[in-house]
Design a protein around this ligand. Structure first.
Ligand SMILES: *[C@@H]1O[C@H](CO)[C@@H](O)[C@H](O)[C@H]1NC(C)=O
Ligand SMILES: *[C@@H]1O[C@H](CO)[C@@H](O)[C@H](O)[C@H]1NC(C)=O
Ligand SMILES: *[C@@H]1O[C@H](CO)[C@@H](O)[C@H](O)[C@H]1NC(C)=O
Ligand SMILES: *[C@@H]1O[C@H](CO)[C@@H](O)[C@H](O)[C@H]1NC(C)=O
Ligand SMILES: *[C@@H]1O[C@H](CO)[C@@H](O)[C@H](O)[C@H]1NC(C)=O
Ligand SMILES: *[C@@H]1O[C@H](CO)[C@@H](O)[C@H](O)[C@H]1NC(C)=O
Ligand SMILES: *[C@@H]1O[C@H](CO)[C@@H](O)[C@H](O)[C@H]1NC(C)=O
Ligand SMILES: *[C@@H]1O[C@H](CO)[C@@H](O)[C@H](O)[C@H]1NC(C)=O
Ligand SMILES: *[C@@H]1O[C@H](CO)[C@@H](O)[C@H](O)[C@H]1NC(C)=O
Ligand SMILES: *[C@@H]1O[C@H](CO)[C@@H](O)[C@H](O)[C@H]1NC(C)=O
Length: 880
């Protein structure tokens, strides 16, 4: 009795402690309530508004009254029976970090009791698949995301398993120093308020100023006891601003010597990367002879030592570098001198989510949105106009050849033929800078033909037939047409004055048929001549266009990484004092930013082809991040001076260390570690990136070594994104370096990730033998032929670099040779995939180490960041 009463008082007091917080920046959308309506939800005080101004499709539905045991936002929903993709467009502040939550509650609203399954997309990218356990359980999807545009698209995609719907969309701004990642966004895996007594509800706003929802249902299989503050207090906060009610309860093991373990199931995706946030605060007033201090381990290895939580003050511990999937167990253990067992108040786990698909460029989005509004187009024109390609807007075509190079897409075709358009030709069309084809035929367009149509450089096809246009045709258009730069058709506009070109817009292959059917009309013969002439002229024009393409646009780069001016680059490099190397695209210089050394690649504009490689590289670097890929610090784009700033790899490239002039001979173990690093980098490109990336130029000079001889892949210039959906290869111009080039690729021009495997195999042979890939003798014997020949003789010792002097485990080397030979197999199917290569190389290393009895450190280095307002000093100083 009295216990219940105490609980009640306790809760009541905490209620009073809730900060005076406002909802500024919150966007709380209740989908499916009437247009312009809003209400304040009674439990949270959150003000929800109707979704009608964010979307113009879908239909409103209500769940039945007997299903309304959740709060009001779940009583209504919007469903999308029409169209494959429907998108909400929500204005946001670009560069602001947001917690974005989409909630779904089916509640058998349609009476069919059939659970739908559909996809949730954020802009052009897949976010998650929405599946339900049962009709009465909701689904929440949460993401921490920093938009780079001033709006986001939340899209629902029908995958043929029922009608997509959505109940609420909530956006909450977060301080930008919280929940940081080196790359990508964070997807919530779990968030627990440990030791909470009230298990019925999750605390959220107004307790939590960011409206995180704290679940109290964490059920440890271990024997845990609950701890809580005896009196209501305000916990002093760090920037994560944990609610006092969450921090006032904690768990502790019943046995002082037991650890508190947190584990979660390994992800099906072996490349998954995670961030954990553990929140600690002391909740008991300790006696002078008591102390609480603990160590945190991950999979048995020390993660952070000697943590002492401060009384009523929150400290947050997180990993600044994401760690891999697989089995993860965090254990919090009493330190030697602690008299009390460890505690844990709350924790969160997030998965890194990388959104790789590019969007349409902003000017084109604005223009097409304007056109949509001008003509009140009722088609399902929602979300990004071009991306993903499968859901591009009907009537548009875009520049997809650059899609996989991560360039922003441009609209190149606008076909609004027979759409009942009225009014004038929309001026916004002039903002579609890359448009080639414009078809507005068979509408009711009025007014004159605007001159701007002649100023769009790439526009070579205009069809305005069957409208009600008036006035005279602009001279410039007629001139462009007469110059053979434009196909122009203006037939059946009764009120156009002067010369009205009327051209049949048929393709060449239809001409013969046409001639047969209307043979005899000499007008048609004339038309044929005109088209042929036009074709010739076009070709010449095309050549000019490529030559003139020296202007530089790195638009997609803005705002994410640091941008340097040319004068800053001069300062950083001390007027290009030290050259590190030269490549096809330009020169690499040494530089210093503050005291950090960097490498700067400056593009020589004379290399026209180099520019494209360079550009591809920039866009790629922006989006990939892995410990075995050289990381990108920033870029310079000052008029014609373009440069990329990378981390400096002070030990140069692998080839330098393998060559006989190198004074320092790499031990076999070091070589294996380098091989594993490089293999992991490549594995990430192939399997960690969506769409996968083929490097195309793996070679020993493209493998760089840092001060710890950790290897990283460099030079993404030739990388080509490998599309997953259309077949298993891409045809492309042969690029690469002789000796490393997959012969199969060379012959067939068919590129797949096995071409990289081949090149990697060659690098591995170099690592083993230290021989040049192509011997300098006149016969030019290839390294794989040479090793094959030696293998036939069964002579492993003569294969291995003689400078190693038998300081290696022969089984380990055998294994490595086998892997390398499998990689360079002429039969593509017999080549292993990179994940297999990584596993086998690790086995080879284990064999080597078993002999030398050293311990192999598989853990990636974890650096720890502590966020705390006033408890920092209490934590071990050694952790920074
Ligand atoms: C909603 O508000 C807008 C702007 O005030 C108004 O034009 C529109 O008619 C309203 N819609 C309804 C259904 O009341
Ligand atoms: C909600 O109410 C319905 C009908 O009363 C019941 O079947 C269902 O289990 C309840 N759901 C929850 C989550 O309480
Ligand atoms: C979003 O912003 C644009 C441009 O600032 C504005 O025209 C539009 O009305 C806004 N939309 C909503 C739903 O607030
Ligand atoms: C992040 O916060 C800092 C300091 O408050 C501010 O200067 C910066 O502009 C913020 N960044 C973004 C992207 O809002
Ligand atoms: C927690 O899990 C244990 C077994 O692991 C189970 O016996 C117990 O009922 C669970 N408690 C709750 C509240 O789910
Ligand atoms: C807790 O904080 C609120 C607002 O910051 C303040 O009004 C209140 O007095 C504080 N309570 C205690 C017990 O310190
Ligand atoms: C700590 O001191 C209290 C009295 O202040 C005593 O009761 C308790 O046994 C002491 N505990 C230890 C571990 O010494
Ligand atoms: C805890 O960490 C400290 C410092 O890192 C270390 O010296 C100590 O051995 C660790 N204790 C345990 C029990 O692991
Ligand atoms: C534990 O306490 C002893 C005696 O006070 C001290 O010498 C030792 O350094 C402490 N160990 C740690 C890990 O703090
Ligand atoms: C043009 O408008 C008239 C009258 O509104 C309508 O009958 C006709 O179908 C329209 N023509 C086209 C091509 O949309």
């Amino acid at each position: 009795m009295s216990w219940i009463f105490m609980q009640f008082l306790f809760a009541l007091n905490l209620m009073l402690l809730v900060h005076a917080m406002d909802q500024s920046g919150f966007i709380s959308i209740d989908c499916g309530i009437p247009e312009n309506s809003s209400y304040t939800e009674s439990k949270t005080g959150i003000k929800y508004i109707s979704d009608a101004r964010f979307i113009d499709t879908g239909e409103r539905k209500l769940v039945l009254p007997n299903q309304r045991n959740y709060t009001q936002p779940y009583w209504s929903l919007r469903r999308f029976p029409e169209g494959t993709r429907n998108c909400y467009k929500i204005n946001v502040t670009s560069g602001m970090r947001y917690l974005i939550r989409a909630c779904f509650f089916y509640g058998n609203y349609d009476g069919y009791n059939k659970l739908p399954e559909f996809e949730l997309h954020l802009g052009a990218n897949w976010w998650d698949t929405v599946k339900f356990k049962d009709a009465a359980t909701d689904k929440k999807k949460e993401l921490i995301y920093t938009p780079l545009r001033n709006n986001i698209h939340v899209c629902l995609v029908n995958i043929g398993s029922g009608i997509p719907f959505i109940s609420t969309i909530e956006l909450r701004p977060l301080p930008n120093e919280t929940y940081q990642t080196q790359m990508g966004s964070l997807e919530l895996v779990s968030r627990y308020d440990i030791g909470q007594i009230d298990t019925r509800r999750g605390y959220r706003y107004p307790y939590d100023p960011f409206d995180r929802i704290w679940s109290s249902s964490y059920n440890s299989s271990d024997d845990w006891a609950r701890l809580r503050t005896l009196s209501p207090v305000n916990f002093s906060e760090n920037s994560y601003q944990l609610p006092s009610i969450v921090m006032s309860t904690a768990a502790t093991p019943r046995d002082v010597y037991d650890p508190l373990n947190i584990h979660w199931l390994p992800s099906y995706d072996s490349n998954a990367q995670y961030h954990i946030y553990m929140h600690f605060a002391e909740v008991e007033k300790l006696q002078p002879n008591q102390s609480r201090q603990f160590n945190i381990t991950r999979n048995g290895k020390l993660f952070l030592g000697l943590v002492t939580p401060s009384y009523w003050s929150t400290a947050t511990i997180c990993n600044s570098e994401a760690f891999g999937g697989g089995q993860n167990t965090f254990s919090i253990l009493k330190a030697e001198n602690s008299s009390l067992p460890p505690i844990l108040n709350a924790f969160e786990i997030y998965k890194v989510k990388e959104f790789l698909y590019s969007d349409t460029n902003q000017e084109d989005i604005d223009a097409i949105t304007n056109i949509k509004e001008t003509y009140k187009i009722r088609k399902n024109w929602q979300g990004d106009p071009c991306s993903p390609q499968a859901y591009s807007w009907e009537g548009l075509n875009c520049s997809y050849q650059s899609y996989h190079a991560y360039e922003p897409l441009s609209i190149i075709t606008l076909n609004l033929s027979s759409n009942g358009l009225t009014g004038e030709i929309a001026p916004s069309i002039s903002d579609l800078a890359k448009i080639k084809t414009l078809d507005l035929s068979n509408n009711n367009l009025t007014g004159t033909i605007p001159t701007f149509l002649s100023q769009l450089p790439d526009l070579n096809f205009i069809n305005l037939e069957k409208n009600k246009l008036t006035g005279s045709v602009p001279v410039e258009l007629i001139e462009r047409r007469n110059d053979g730069l434009l196909s122009l058709s203006l037939c059946q506009n009764l009120n156009l004055s002067g010369y009205v070109p009327c051209k049949l817009k048929k393709k060449h292959n239809f001409l013969i048929l046409e001639l047969v059917s209307i043979f005899g009309t000499s007008i048609l013969l004339l038309t044929v001549a005109a088209i042929c002439f036009w074709g010739l002229k076009r070709k010449r024009q095309h050549g000019d266009v490529t030559a003139a393409k020296a202007t530089i646009q790195l638009g997609s780069l803005e705002s994410t990484k640091r941008k340097f001016t040319y004068s800053e680059i001069l300062k950083i490099t001390n007027n290009f004092e030290r050259t590190l190397g030269k490549g096809g695209f330009g020169t690499v210089y040494h530089g210093c930013i503050d005291k950090t050394q960097v490498a700067i690649k400056m593009l020589s504009l004379s290399a026209v082809q180099g520019f494209q490689q360079f550009h591809a590289e920039v866009d790629l670097l922006m989006r990939v991040h892995h410990k075995n890929l050289t990381s990108f610090v920033g870029y310079c784009n000052d008029k014609t001076r373009v440069g990329l700033v990378y981390e400096y790899m002070c030990n140069g490239n692998l080839q330098e260390h393998l060559s006989d002039v190198s004074s320092n001979i790499l031990a076999w173990e070091d070589r294996l570690r380098i091989a594993i690093d490089a293999a992991q980098g490549l594995e990430y490109l192939h399997y960690g990136c969506k769409p996968p990336i083929i490097h195309r130029d793996i070679k020993s000079t493209n493998i760089l070594l840092n001060e710890n001889f950790q290897a990283k892949l460099a030079d993404f210039g030739l990388s080509k994104i490998f599309p997953t959906n259309d077949g298993s290869h891409v045809s492309t111009l042969v690029a690469g370096t002789p000796g490393y080039l997959d012969p199969e690729y060379y012959l067939s021009n068919r590129l797949n990730e096995k071409s990289d495997v081949y090149s990697f195999g060659i690098v591995l042979l170099e690592i083993i033998t230290s021989r040049p890939v192509l011997s300098k003798l006149t016969e030019r014997i290839h390294i794989s032929q040479w090793v094959g020949f030696m293998l036939e003789k069964g002579d492993i010792y003569s294969i291995v670099d003689s400078r190693l002097k038998e300081n290696f485990n022969v089984n380990s080397v055998w294994k490595a040779v086998e892997i390398a030979m499998a990689c360079v197999s002429p039969n593509v199917i017999k080549r292993p995939i990179m994940s297999q290569v990584v596993v086998e190389l690790k086995e080879s290393l284990v064999t080597e180490l078993a002999q030398t009895k050293q311990e192999y450190e598989t853990e990636s280095r974890i650096s720890i960041e502590i966020m705390s307002s006033n408890s920092l000093a209490m934590l071990s100083p050694s952790i920074r």
